[in-house]
Design a protein around this ligand. Structure first.
Ligand code: NAP
Ligand code: ZN
Length: 348
């Protein structure tokens, strides 16, 4: 066991604070990583504040991790000390169910292990995430990261990047498709960059007028304010896809009518409360309302390689770890451009 420094929430209504936790020594097949950067995902906030239920305190969030390998255990072949690597939302899964055999570990039928606030495969040990100096992860769940791109801007690809890339690939978004991104935050800005790089005609649907210029710089072709009722009516039957990244409860019935016949609304945002859906919005245009969770390991590596090749990274605002509570408040206020990333060198 090795004691490492971290930041943790000790309760749903408590700010994050300095904390110490034990990491296992790297055993057979393990990779020990010194964390350089960790992105701040809205899921970190949902979990730290127990908005989804099931938070096990202390919660050490963080699943957008880039770092350097410090030690490897017996039998590790893909990594050695000094390599630059990434860790995303999952650190283990059963490895033998239909989903795992299909490289979809995120849908492990026996229960995947998330990077934090999750049960390890021993079904006893709780996991702790990237707001910490080091992490120990089984080799299969460690990703190769290219040194070509600035590493602090790569960190958010490990969640926001793969979570948006995976549905774009799964539903075969391609040149000429009209695609809307609802909510321009961490996931939203990556959806804009990735979908436009794949040739889609991208519209940002946002409640924040101040993000119009950014949307264009990120690669969007159009920007529409969701608060403007006339806009929304004009956009009826416009889109093949809507990628919904909104973190708070909102009315899906406001957006389903913007889909064309056979259009697909893909839920990525995970508001804590359920919403009602008007059946006629689906029946009327044979529309689909679907969801997607992050992405598997193979696809995450494919996404990292795609981003390195196309020079795609996240737009980040760097913070020190002691600014994390302020960063949470700014994220909740929609004031993030477009991902906070913690410089872990600030964890003393
Ligand atoms: P984020 O950076 O906070 O972005 C969310 C955006 O949604 C905001 O920037 C804002 O955009 C819009 N928004 C927020 N509150 C709103 C409200 N009350 N009404 C209307 N719009 C609102 O969050 P994120 O990190 O991208 O995460 C977004 C959601 O995805 C979270 O629920 C997170 O837990 C979830 N998530 C899901 C997966 C998955 O696998 N499916 C993976 C990661 C995260 P505008 O200002 O442009 O309106
Ligand atoms: Zn995330």
């Amino acid at each position: 066991m090795k004691a490492v420094k971290a930041y943790a929430a000790l309760g749903a209504d408590k700010p994050l604070q300095p904390h110490e936790l034990d990491r296992r020594e790297p055993g057979a097949g393990d990779v020990e990583i010194k964390i350089l950067y960790c992105g701040v995902c809205h899921s970190d906030i949902h979990t730290a504040r127990n908005e989804w239920g099931g938070s096990k305190y202390p919660v050490v969030p963080g699943h957008e991790i880039v770092g350097t390998v410090t030690r490897v255990g017996d039998g590790v072949t893909r990594f050695k000390a000094g390599d630059t690597v990434g860790v995303g939302c999952f650190v283990d899964s059963c490895g033998h169910c239909n989903s795992c055999e299909d490289d979809q570990e995120q849908y492990c039928e026996n229960g995947h292990t998330q990077t934090y606030n999750s049960l390890s495969q021993d079904k006893k040990t709780i996991t702790y995430g990237g707001y910490s100096s080091h992490i120990v992860v089984t080799e299969k769940f460690v990703l190769n990261v290219s040194d070509k791109l600035p590493l602090e801007k790569v960190a958010p690809l490990l969640c926001a990047g793969i979570t948006t890339y995976s549905p774009l690939k799964h539903w075969n978004v391609k040149k000429g498709d009209k695609l809307a991104v609802l909510g321009l935050g961490g996931l939203g800005h990556m959806a804009v960059k990735l979908a436009s790089s794949m040739g889609a005609e991208v519209t940002v649907l946002s409640r924040s007028a101040g993000k119009a210029k950014d949307a264009e710089q990120l690669g969007a072709h159009h920007f529409e304010l969701t608060s403007n009722k006339a806009n929304m009516q004009r956009l009826a039957k416009s889109f093949d896809f809507i990628i919904d990244t909104v973190s708070a409860p909102h009315n899906y019935n406001d957006y389903l009518p913007l889909l064309r016949t056979n259009g697909i609304m893909i839920l990525l945002g995970a508001p804590p409360k359920p919403s009602e859906v008007q059946a006629f919005h689906l029946i009327g245009g044979r529309r689909s309302l679907v969801g997607s969770l992050v992405g598997g390991l193979k696809e995450t590596q494919e996404m990292l390689d795609y981003c390195a090749e196309h020079n795609i990274t996240s737009d980040v605002e760097m913070i020190n770890i002691d600014q994390i509570n302020e960063a949470y408040e700014r994220t909740l206020a929609g004031d993030v451009h477009y991902r906070f990333v913690i410089d872990m060198a600030s964890l003393k």
